[in-house]
Design a protein around this ligand. Structure first.
Ligand SMILES: Cc1cc2nc3c(=O)[nH]c(=O)nc-3n(C[C@H](O)[C@H](O)[C@H](O)COP(=O)(O)OP(=O)(O)OC[C@H]3O[C@@H](n4cnc5c(N)ncnc54)[C@H](O)[C@@H]3O)c2cc1C
Ligand code: FES
Length: 274
């Protein structure tokens, strides 16, 4: 019988990778998430706590999938504290995915901050397998907080692709915010698409740079999600339901979103300004 992705399936954590003092990756067997498209997410149920949306992380092991969690509030900390052998519930994959055209995209730029890098690492693997050249910019506050650097370097080995790191305190790579280094990078090369995921204000800046330099962009938005399947509307941005219409939006869609980078909704649905 085909599996209904809306039914919670239980998975056992089989491996854990410490990515930074506050970020961990859990690997578990799930052939459905293994076959998901880059940019899609899961709803992860932490038993007796809550359910949180989590991007699907890259996994090189056949039939296995992964999530990378930043320890933040109550829910993510309970998830972060899980151990090998513990059980989680997952449903999905949900959302659309990054669009890649082999004909139109020859050289692309990937820009990620924090756990926003999770879907971009999966995208990087997809681009590599399809022989599309990319430059990945990893943004972090400090050297300690750089995520997935070794994995990203491994993916670019023996390719023309590149990994560039920016740290706000200059402890590694280029000093500054991830947006600071971009102008120099896009002046040196012709990019035909920018893919981005991370804090919304970072993505808004990258979106403005993409407009000024006439480079198409796709951005993966994160909003407060309860159902993940387009029912509750807690994830709205203007007239778009992020979990269903997105999470990935292109330049034309982003241009029409007056709330992008300006307004977010809290748990009760009330709007606040960034
Ligand atoms: C599509 C998507 C993919 C995500 N992928 C990742 C990922 O790969 N790794 C990761 O660490 N985090 C990811 N997140 C964020 C994650 O879902 C939680 O928001 C975050 O872990 C904080 O949860 P908390 O309960 O600890 O925080 P809390 O202390 O309860 O809340 C702090 C803030 O976290 C946000 N938040 C809390 N619950 C939710 C929710 N249900 N949906 C959206 N935002 C929420 C709100 O902005 C809230 O103000 C993703 C979110 C979305 C929407
Ligand atoms: S989270 Fe319910 S509609 Fe998007």
């Amino acid at each position: 019988m085909p599996i209904n992705i809306n039914h919670i399936r239980t998975v056992k954590i089989e491996q854990e990778i410490k990515e930074s003092p506050t970020v961990k990756t859990f690997m578990f067997k799930d052939p459905i998430a293994f076959r998901s498209k880059p940019g899609q997410f899961l709803m992860v149920w932490i038993p007796r706590v809550e359910e949180l949306p989590m991007s699907i992380m890259f996994s090189s092991k056949q039939e296995y999938s992964a999530i990378s969690i930043r320890k933040h509030g109550i829910g993510s900390t309970k998830l972060f504290d899980k151990k090998i052998g513990d059980i989680l519930g997952i449903r999905g994959p949900y959302g659309n995915s990054f669009t890649v055209s082999k004909k139109l995209q020859k050289n692309v730029l990937l820009v990620g901050g924090g756990t926003g890098l999770v879907p971009l690492i999966r995208l990087a693997d997809f681009l590599k397998r399809n022989n599309i050249k990319y430059t990945l910019i990893i943004g972090a506050k400090t050297k300690e907080e750089i995520l997935f650097y070794n994995l990203a370097k491994q993916l670019v080995t023996n390719t023309q692709c590149k990994v560039i790191v920016t740290t706000e305190d200059g402890s590694f790579g280029i000093q500054g915010r991830v947006t600071d280094g971009i102008l120099d990078i896009i002046k040196k090369e012709n990019f035909d698409m920018i893919y981005t995921c991370g804090p919304e204000l970072m993505m808004k800046n990258i979106f403005m740079i993409s407009l000024e330099n006439s480079i198409p962009i796709q951005a993966s938005l994160e909003r407060y999600m309860k159902c993940g399947i387009g029912i509750c509307a807690s994830c709205c941005i203007n007239d778009k339901i992020v979990c269903k219409d997105g999470t990935i939006f292109d330049q034309k869609q982003l241009s029409k979103m007056s709330e992008f980078g300006k307004v977010f909704r809290d748990k009760s649905g009330r709007k606040s300004r960034y």
